[in-house]
Design a protein around this ligand. Structure first.
Ligand code: FAQ
Length: 340
């Protein structure tokens, strides 16, 4: 399983050079030098400190996409709360989905420290301008999908997120520590639910295998495009935002998951999956990147449904926001009257 103890060192081949665009004035140049030195020393950048505009924009993009993924990610599993097979599983699932909502809130708060409001970020999500993880645009067809999301989707999410606990932007790094602890628990609960099903009837075992077949390749694609086609990676790594490349994380996920699949008793749906003695890693087959990009660009099986549900939730909640604002205004007016 993945825990906080999973970590790998940064590259030692000199590729961590933090190159940034040229500064506009002598003053800015000095600030830029300070910023570069902090990044090179693996220090943290905090909200009120000077940072290059491109660094700020990259962080808002990544953290807001991450926050959107968490709240859209509540939907596929949320569909099963009313159909959970027992009270115990229902209570666990409610708590898990609620945790994902909480992750969204920490992440929106971290992104707000960069000067973009939550309303702006949500507007970008609702109007289809902002991305969220491709993985949440696929349907959850049977109860085993809930276990497989915990095992594989949360497993992939942790693999990607543990290095983010060392991200150079302080609020994002600190938010990720708690998120990873909770995701690690989610991953274990998904695996445990599947272990139970795999000790059950032939039909239950078939449900687990079917869910694994449908989610495996989508989980590999979650890590993002191959390094050679990843436009944001080089700069993200130079700035200490990203610590490990998309392909390297994908490989670590494959290598960690193969023995888990064996214990569970399922087959990972890839005839090319095999141990490579020379690389000391598993070889695996071709990911369907056309399908990935179609999904990222809004044409996956559930994109419209997911976005529609989020927009409806936002509209339905308008009266709560209005009431909270009206209450805050009343309190402020009362305080001003008392102070006068
Ligand atoms: N889906 O140049 P790169 C979770 C986009 S949380 C959609 O490699 P970057 C918890 C990418 O944004 C899961 N779009 O980009 C949970 C970029 O587009 P842009 C989310 C994707 O930023 C579990 C373009 O492709 N986790 O699961 C995807 O360097 C269970 C080029 O890509 C995070 O967000 C994708 N899969 O690396 C909840 C972690 N991959 O923005 C409920 C933080 C790439 O230029 C239930 N984010 N794209 O228009 C990251 O680590 C990075 O942003 C990556 C992408 C690795 C996702």
């Amino acid at each position: 399983m993945y825990t906080q103890s999973f970590n790998v060192p940064d590259s030692t081949d000199g590729s961590t050079l933090k190159v940034v665009p040229p500064a506009a004035s002598a003053h800015e140049e000095a600030l830029q030098t300070q910023f570069d030195a902090r990044i090179d020393a693996d220090g943290k950048i905090e909200p009120r400190e000077w940072m290059p505009e491109a660094y700020r924009k990259t962080l808002v993009r990544q953290i807001s996409q991450h926050a959107h993924s968490e709240i859209v990610g509540m939907l596929p599993e949320g569909n099963w709360i009313s159909r959970a097979p027992s009270l115990k599983r229902k209570a666990i699932l409610i708590a898990k989905v609620q945790d994902e909502g909480g992750h969204g809130l920490y992440l929106y708060s971290a992104a707000e420290t960069l000067g973009t409001s939550r309303d702006q970020m949500l507007d970008a999500l609702h109007t289809g301008k902002a991305k969220y993880s491709s993985i949440f645009n696929y349907p959850t067809l049977n109860w085993a999908d809930v276990g497989v999301i915990g095992w594989l989707v949360d497993g992939a999410a942790i693999m990607n997120q543990i290095p983010l606990c060392r991200c150079s932007y302080g609020p994002y790094a600190r938010a990720m520590i708690r998120v990873c602890k909770e995701e690690s628990f989610h991953q274990r609960q998904g695996y445990e639910a599947l272990l139970v099903m795999m000790q059950g009837t032939t039909e239950q075992k078939a449900m687990v295998q079917d869910a694994v077949n449908r989610w495996w390749w989508k989980c590999l694609a979650m890590f993002g495009p191959p390094d050679a086609d990843s436009p944001n990676s080089v700069q993200g790594m130079r700035w200490g935002i990203k610590r490990i490349s998309n392909d390297d994380l994908r490989q670590k996920f494959v290598d960690a998951t193969v023995p888990q699949a064996k214990v569970l008793g399922v087959t990972l749906p890839d005839p090319d999956l095999k141990w490579n003695e020379e690389r000391q890693a598993h070889d695996y087959g071709q990911i369907d990147w056309d399908e990935f990009w179609a999904t990222v660009n809004g044409n996956g099986p559930c994109n419209k449904e997911r976005l529609g549900t989020r927009v409806k939730a936002w509209n339905d909640g308008a009266w709560v926001r209005d009431a909270a604002l009206a209450h805050a205004h009343k309190q402020q007016a009362r305080q001003m009257k008392e102070a006068a």
